[in-house]
Design a protein around this ligand. Structure first.
Ligand code: ASP
Length: 439
């Protein structure tokens, strides 16, 4: 059995958090491979190490003395080392890095990757595990994607059967050996790649929440955590804002059918959320809705054209106008002789007048309107497909609270019901749904 465990920035923020991580890792001998982020915030006004590293690079770029920021960074690591009583020479590596920095011979990616690098050095020393540098196994192709055929065998070579290792997240190397990072939050991807490379039984992703919550805690008071969710449901939930994992995390583990377990470093006894292909021993088979999410600030363009349902090519014309402007459309609900296009306002606004004029000219609709300040709310759940009356219940509950529904959309996979309400009704709509499906 192999558990690949990844610890996020808040789990690496200070010596106290390192101790929690060590207790978690050592509590289970299957937790042999540990991936770490750079140190995160210790309190809300604190800085993430990665942010400080970007800032440090900007100082150098604009010719401002980077020494004070650089010292903020190094002192965080030295504090952790000294508090944990580790015998590790970081000073000479810091000095070398500062020299390269002053000579402007370190790229932004290489500099910010050092956050994860030093975290992993410290954690490896603390756990007594081997340090495995991600520059030695995460290999990017020229197009910026990870070359799995090269990366997986490289990691298998470095971490043998039964070996214990700590690996920095967030970076790898380009074919020419230059360090390259993933986008922000990318240590999740490193952990998923390591789990896939080593054919782990589970990928544990340790963070500071007890799993994925059924709704945003800023809107719903104490939302329940989701015990189990499928990869597909998670994709639907993350579309509309529920951000727990970097969106590219799922691909490598899904290919190998490795479940992901989201856990809380500050509450290690909580089982968290399991993300997998399908439900196995579903704890609550009566639960219809897995999660409720949404986002604000959409615009809806609605077009009515008599006889359009039986005409060929009308929709194509409208969509190609949007394509010309580089606008992707999120939803296309339609009726008889009318169609709506639901688009984030920020994307549409700069092109709105041209788009409307072109639709008018090329499609000649009988009526064309645009509505702003729309929020999209999504109820996601694999069981919705098999339960008649779910939408009825949703709409009755909203109606009772006087919330007007501006758009309805159900995907053909019936994994979700998505509807639009006015921005001002957004939070209330989420609460109403939560209260009618979760008790
Ligand atoms: N440290 C990086 C960031 O803050 C990567 C990560 O933590 O996942 O984005």
């Amino acid at each position: 059995m192999l558990k690949v465990t990844k610890f996020g920035g808040s789990s690496m923020a200070d010596a106290g958090q390192y101790r929690k991580v060590r207790d978690i890792v050592l509590a289970d001998p299957d937790r042999r491979v540990v991936i770490v982020s750079a140190a995160g915030k210790r309190f809300s006004a604190d800085h993430k190490l990665t942010d400080l590293l970007y800032l440090c690079h900007a100082h150098v770029q604009y010719g401002v003395d980077s020494t004070p920021v650089f010292e903020m960074i190094t002192s965080r690591y030295l504090e952790i080392r000294d508090e944990l009583g580790l015998d590790l020479d970081l000073e000479s590596e810091f000095a070398q890095l500062k020299e390269k920095l002053d000579a402007k011979s370190v790229s932004q990616d290489e500099l910010v990757s050092r956050g994860e690098y030093f975290s992993a050095k410290l954690m490896a020393a603390f756990l007594g595990f081997k340090f495995v540098d991600s520059a030695d196994w995460v290999k990017f192709a020229m197009d910026g994607t990870v070359d799995k055929e090269a990366s997986y065998p490289a990691l298998q070579e470095l971490v043998g059967e039964g070996e214990y290792a700590v690996i920095p997240g967030f970076y790898g190397v380009m074919p020419n050996g230059a360090v390259r990072t993933f986008s922000r939050g990318g240590s999740d991807i490193s952990g998923a790649l390591a789990a896939a490379a080593l054919n782990a039984d589970v990928y544990e992703n340790w963070t500071d929440v007890s799993g994925i919550l059924m709704a945003d805690p800023r809107i719903v008071e104490n939302p329940q955590p989701i015990p189990e969710i499928t990869y597909d449901e998670l994709r639907e939930l993350s579309y509309a804002g529920a951000q727990v994992l970097h969106e590219l995390t799922i691909f490598p583990v899904r290919e190998k059918n490795i479940p992901v377990n989201i856990r809380n470093t500050n509450d290690p006894d909580h089982p968290g959320t399991i993300i997998q292909e399908d439900y196995k021993n579903e704890s609550d088979p009566d639960r219809v809705v897995t999660g409720i999410t949404g986002k604000k600030d959409f615009s809806i363009i609605t077009m009515f054209k008599r006889g359009m349902t039986s005409q060929v090519g009308v929709l194509r014309k409208v969509l190609s106008i949007l394509e010309r402007h580089g606008i992707s459309v999120d939803f296309v609900p339609n009726g008889i002789d009318n169609v709506s296009l639901v688009i984030p306002t920020a994307t549409l606004a700069p092109h709105l007048y041209n788009v409307m004029a072109e639709i008018q000219r090329e499609v000649k609709p009988d009526n064309l309107t645009v509505l702003d300040e729309i929020a999209v709310v999504a109820a996601v759940g694999h069981r919705m497909a098999f339960r008649p009356g779910v939408s009825g219940k949703i709409f009755a509950a909203l109606g009772e609270k006087g919330i007007n529904i501006r758009m309805i959309n159900q995907g053909p996979d019936e994994l979700n019901i998505i509807f639009g309400v006015d921005n001002k009704d957004f939070a209330e709509a989420i609460r109403v749904l939560y209260n009618s499906f979760v008790k």
